[in-house]
Design a protein around this ligand. Sequence first.
Ligand SMILES: Cc1ncc(COP(=O)(O)O)c(C=O)c1O
Length: 425
Amino acid sequence: MTYDASSAFAAAQDAADPLARFRAEFHVPLGPDGRPVAYFCGNSLGLLPRGARAAVEAEFVAWETKGVEGHFRGERPWTTYQDELAAPAARVVGAHAAEVVIMNTLTVNLHLLLVSFYQPTATRYKVLMEGGAFPSDQYALESQARLHGLDPAEAIVEMLPRPGEHTLRTEDIEAKIAELGASLATVIFGGLNYYTGQVYDMAAITRAGHAVGATVGFDLAHAAGNVPLSLHEWGVDYACWCTYKYLNSGPGGTSGVFIHERFHKRPDLLRLAGWWGHDPAARFEMKKGFRPTPGAAGWQLSCGQVLPMAVHRASLDVLEAAGGLLPLRAKSEQLTGYLEFLIRQLGRPTSELEIITPADPTQRGCQLSLLVHQRGRALFEHLAAAGIVGDWREPNVIRLAPVPLYNSFEDVRRAGAALAGFYDS
Ligand SMILES: Cc1ncc(COP(=O)(O)O)c(C=O)c1O
């Protein structure tokens, strides 16, 4: 696509966009001038789907009119509510429905998965992570190492980019995995790094990890709903994600878990158990002796959190109506490419403003991370005043994520114009 910075270009793209109508499915907040903002913060919190209120209200009505019977009666009985979400959520991450369960929140799920997939021994005890992983993942892994009586500094290996580079090379990750060899217990990477926006080659990392006998998992907080995934086909062992970013399911929303089917017939695999993971046919017999439900559902602990799941259901409905990740991805590449074009047109030297997200579309999702070496906070505040909502990550990165479900080419054009306005002033 040949981009240009004019309003006419953006309007023509929006008019030709088959997904443009999905913007109306979301509430877009108003900015300082009373106009809808150009919202580029779906990498932090996605917008509210219009259908969410009705989905939650339906469960309030069920509760109001049925009380405890809502667990068993009505259109969507609460005992099986999570089961309905497995298939659409599995389509988001490229999995079979039985490999996915919706439950809890992300860091909680990461811990639950590590109980099963990080079982260090005297010789195989190391964890490989991307350097500068999201802090919650760092803290989770440090505490997991301590749980096993290990020194985190000894057990956790962090991969950093080569000097002078901002992102990791797949060949370096593969080489590090090979070097750690039989000492490596698990690899846990973000599928897409929250800071740089780099998408890792999850298939290659999984192959490399398996070649040395390690398990391989991904935190997909920034990947799920952003880039197409094929967890089953790639052979990934375990993964988890939140649903409040690109899956628009609200602050503190529920989380997803993937466990490859090769582990489904392994009731011996250590896990923390709770009654909701027990064989549903016998769950209410209240008997001793945990017998896990086959599949990822066997990792559930507590009865389902129906209200957050109702928001997630409404949001997944919009995603499905839009045709899923493939059409969204095609638009996403264009929107992000347009933003990149407008930023490059500013002509700023990299000593002042640098895009640290890979230029190769296959190595990024919708987010661009701008490393602002000079006047970073001033630029961020200028954008906010112009109704451009991005976010600031210390020490000096502005993240902007055009989301294909609700952002328009006009939003991106506005961001480009606001950036140009800053540097022209
Ligand atoms: C990559 C990543 N991991 C973990 C978390 C923490 O998620 P939660 O607070 O839902 O556990 C976040 C939150 O933004 C994240 O971006």
